[in-house]
Design a protein around this ligand. Structure first.
Ligand code: PMV
Length: 388
């Protein structure tokens, strides 16, 4: 019997991936670039056990048994098996054993945060540990969920779309390590909402089929923007970084509107956050906060550590939590000043919203890639291969 347990991070793109050139192999129409977020605050955890005694393959996700016949899971497994067969590898015997997989997130999946990226990165990383696969695994994780390929690495990561038909050069590479820009912080604002969203796979398929803007974006905008963004990160130029992040998020959502049928991911609260960030930057006299939104209403804000206390106290004033919500700001511990400088708050022409529009806030930073956990107490499966 063999068992491994690993954790993998989420990532938040500042240049977005939207649209596939090849649906089957998940090859994107454009490059994208993201920061990997610290494992301490948000991660997926996966245990995989292989045993000659198991009768069938099984998978449990967040406490529920799911079908093993999911084609994305199957694609990842096929790729992994091919790698083991083609490499000098001692794991050929255990490859014939059935496996049990148990995976969970340490943050609510319902929050609509990049959970599939962390989940597939964790699955593929755990498989690579189980079967002792070396080298790049981003091309394998990509076939579970596109954005998952960026979660196989830490720090600032660029997913190169590649030019080959087989997708072998559609690969994630590090732009800068996790400790490159130590002052960078991220606030994830989890928005309360009940509306069901259009899955990203369907949304992007429709965009590729119907949006002219998507073609223009992929051909004309992203190639230049990705160069500028890499440079801004390498030079730690926050103003350029923030400008490009905001621009790219808005262009991605413009592509969503240009799609037939259109997909609406941002809601009224998202738009109120956009307005607040622009006001805050205006009053500050320079770009201090950048927002970006994925396929859902939650905002991810990039800002430097020095801006966090003042921004959070303004945010608390404009988006007050529900009464008695002592756990409103999760993640890195922080003291939010209770009083905002009068002058500053007066110059922000936005009235406080009703309480509870935001469910909670996660305060985090840029972090490392997936990790193997050596402590057997961390396993999610017991000695019989069943969830603990
Ligand atoms: O990995 P997917 O198929 O869930 O795509 C997600 C794409 C966005 O999150 C909207 C953008 C990105 O680059 O992460």
């Amino acid at each position: 019997m063999e068992i491994v347990t690993c954790i993998a991070p989420i990532n938040i793109a500042v240049i977005k991936y939207w649209g596939k050139k090849c649906e089957e192999k998940i090859i994107p129409v454009n490059d994208s670039l993201s920061a990997t977020l610290a494992l301490e605050q948000m991660c997926a955890k996966t245990t995989i056990m292989a045993s000659p005694n198991f009768k069938e393959n099984k998978i449990w996700l967040n406490g529920k048994e799911e079908s093993f016949e999911n084609y994305r899971l199957q694609n990842c497994l096929t790729e992994i098996r091919n790698r083991v067969r083609n490499e000098e590898n001692d794991s050929k015997q255990i490859l014939s054993w059935k496996i049990h997989i148990c995976s969970e997130n340490n943050f609510p999946t319902a929050a609509g945060l990049a959970s599939s990226a962390a989940g597939y990165a964790c699955l593929v990383y755990s498989l690579s540990q189980l079967y002792s696969i070396r080298g790049d695994i981003s091309t394998i994780a990509r076939q579970g969920s596109g954005s998952a390929c960026r979660s196989t690495l830490g720090g600032w990561v660029r997913w190169h779309a590649g030019v080959k038909d087989d997708g072998s050069d559609s690969i994630a590479k590090e732009v800068a390590p996790a400790d490159h820009w130590p002052e960078m912080r991220i606030l994830v604002l989890v928005v309360n909402e009940t509306q069901k969203k259009c899955p990203s796979s369907i949304g992007m398929k429709n965009s590729v089929l119907t949006s002219q803007l998507l073609k223009y974006r992929a051909e004309k905008c992203v190639p230049e923007r990705i160069q500028q963004m890499s440079q801004a990160i390498l030079e730690k130029d926050f103003t350029t970084f923030a400008k490009l992040t905001i621009q790219d998020s808005n262009q991605f959502h413009a592509v969503c509107l240009d799609t037939n049928p259109p997909c609406f991911y941002m809601n009224d609260t998202s738009r109120d956050i956009v307005e607040l960030v622009h006001c805050f930057n205006e009053v500050s006299g320079s770009l201090k906060v950048a927002y970006t939104f994925d396929a859902g209403p939650n905002a991810c804000l990039y800002l430097l550590e020095e801006t966090v206390p003042i921004f959070l106290s303004v945010l608390n004033k404009i988006f007050p939590p529900n009464d008695n919500d002592i756990d409103y700001v999760k993640g890195i511990p922080i003291d939010i000043p209770s009083s905002v400088p009068e002058e500053f708050i007066k110059s922000i022409p936005i009235k406080p919203k009703t309480n509870g529009l935001l469910k909670y806030i996660i305060y985090t930073k840029v972090g490392d890639g997936p990790r193997l956990l050596n402590d057997p107490n961390e396993h999610l499966l017991d000695e019989n291969g069943l969830p603990k």
